[in-house]
Structure formats: C-alpha cells, structure tokens
Write a protein that binds this ligand. Sequence first.
Ligand SMILES: [Zn+2]
Length: 85
Amino acid sequence: MTRCASCELIVLDPREEKPSQTCPACGIVRKKALSEREHRCGCGFAATRDQASALAMLAAGLRLKGREPSWAMRSAKPETCSRAA
Ligand SMILES: [Zn+2]
C-alpha cells in the first residue's frame, strides 16, 4: 500500500533572504563573519548559526505564504535590537 503525504515546496533565494545573517525571531539582519558560529540577537533569540539559518529560511517561506512563524516576536522591531550593525 502506498501512502502519500502532501507537502509544499517553497523555493527561496538565499542570496536575497540572507538566512545566516537574519534573526529568525525578529527579522533583523546583522552581518556575521563565517567564524561566528552562534547566533545571539538583542531580541533574546540564541541558537547555533546553522539552526538559526534553517529557522530563518523556514520563517521566510511561511511569511511568503502569509503565515507568521510561531516563534517570531511580533512586537520586536529591528530598531530595538541593540546588536544591530
Ligand atoms: Zn532577533
């Protein structure tokens, strides 16, 4: 018996989304050196660089579909992030 799970593929351009530089919680973009392996944002979100990048891409895809990621901080504004550069 063959089962089929439905899924949706959303294609994003990482050059536009900049997932390794974007906070998946508040959306602020902060340039990081490749040697910086942790994502720590002034909004309080912290994760490894790769985890944060994956979540940033997922968040971008969800927002493209008009859905807000459950982990996003809706009230956070980029100008409130103290680590913004
Ligand atoms: Zn943040």
